[in-house]
Write a protein that binds this ligand. Structure first.
Ligand SMILES: [Zn+2]
Length: 387
């Protein structure tokens, strides 16, 4: 296996490599944290390796307390519970450790630690982010345990508003974590299903960013290489979960997806966010299922770009259909369901899904400006498996 250890300073301070989690206590000290709140989800909190991490921090004089009240689709209440725990424990920073849910929640707990206004005042609309008292933002160290979300290098979090039954994006340019630790060992115990679904989320970030109709060649370059890594290593990570080389490349591809989607996302995420709020379904899995349906609906607008991409990915056929064939084969190879009805979603709320999707911030990056009706129809096709 090649040496896959690295220290990068772009797009954040990133420490990559096997067993790099051991540097966490030092990272805490570097960020001025003596008593971090470790925000994670209940599943992870029960695992021995978390106790090991807390023990290692303790031994180094860093008092680390676990907060694990985070749902799969984290809610505003989860965040505010975390903020209460932060103050009750006298904490001075946040370690966000877990999948996208824990990372997103941890970042917002840190943001909210020193704010007077309510959470939704900071929703990503217009210049709402300027309402944030920057001095009240606590430092964050992000440690992903899945390879998909890339939230560890993102400047936003997605939080569910349970009252309005919709997902809201909380954004601030300084929400990007101060330090990121990418340790592939933390991802080897992921199930094949979660590895596949989160990996497809990483693909969807790179792909939607690449297809977004804005001038941003830097993001496009990152997205293309991110997709190449997914193509080469996601099937290996799913089939051989213990393969640390594949796990390392998937963590990198995931991080690259989030770096690329500063350019924009698109229709997959517009519908996936809506379905996540309505059905509490897995974000990565939703994107994985929606991918071919959105690609098909966008075909006329993205065909040239996709043909160019097929050359870079060294696909057998350098056409749009050749790319679709690869996506469909990958979907089957990874055990991704072919339609949304297979995960218990029906068309009873199709109209509402269309209205929510068109209003989702991700919709602005879609290459075609779909109407609510068009989003409803694409969603219905994805339920029924009509490609
Ligand atoms: Zn996503």
């Amino acid at each position: 296996m090649p040496d896959l250890h690295a220290n990068w300073n772009y797009p954040a301070a990133i420490s990559l490599g096997i067993s790099r989690i051991r540097t966490l206590p030092d990272a805490c000290k570097q960020q001025g944290m003596q008593a971090p709140l470790l925000v994670t989800d209940p599943g992870l909190a029960a695992l021995p390796f978390i106790q090991e991490i807390v023990g290692r921090c303790d031994a180094a004089g860093v008092r680390c307390t676990i907060f694990s009240g985070i749902k799969g689709n984290p809610t505003g209440q989860n965040v505010m519970d975390g903020v209460a725990a932060y103050h009750a424990g006298g904490h001075d920073g946040v370690i966000a450790l877990g999948g996208g849910s824990a990372l997103d929640a941890g970042k917002v707990v840190a943001l909210m630690a020193g704010q007077q206004r309510p959470l939704w005042d900071f929703e990503d609309c217009g210049d709402n982010w300027q309402r944030v008292n920057e001095a009240g933002m606590a430092p964050v160290i992000a440690v992903p345990t899945t390879a998909g979300t890339g939230s560890e290098v993102g400047r936003a979090s997605v939080i569910t508003d349970t009252e309005q039954q919709r997902k809201r994006i909380i954004f601030h340019p300084k929400m990007m974590p101060a330090q990121v630790i990418l340790d592939p060992k933390l991802t080897v115990s992921l199930s094949t299903k979660i590895t596949a679904a989160t990996g497809m989320d990483a693909l969807s970030h790179n792909l939607e960013a690449y297809c977004a109709p804005f001038y941003h060649p830097m993001a496009d370059g990152i997205a293309m290489e991110g997709m190449r890594l997914v193509k080469q290593y996601l099937p290996i990570a799913v089939a051989h979960g213990e393969d640390l080389e594949a796990r390392t490349h998937m963590l990198t591809a995931s991080m690259m997806g989030a770096a690329a989607f500063q350019k924009g996302l698109g229709g997959m995420h517009a519908i996936a966010h809506s379905l996540g709020a309505l059905y509490d379904a897995h974000h990565g899995l939703l994107n994985a299922i929606l991918m071919p349906y959105i690609l098909k609906a966008n075909q006329a607008a993205i065909e040239d770009r996709i043909v160019r991409l097929t050359g870079f990915l060294a696909l057998d056929t350098n056409t749009f259909n050749g790319f679709m064939d690869w996506v469909l084969a990958l979907r089957d190879q990874l055990g991704i369901p072919r339609n949304l009805s297979m995960i218990g979603i029906d068309t009873s709320q199709a109209e509402r899904v269309g209205e929510m999707a068109v209003a989702d911030p991700s919709a602005s990056g879609n290459p075609v400006n779909f109407s609510a009706e068009r989003y409803s129809a694409i969603f219905a096709d994805a339920v029924n498996g009509k490609l």
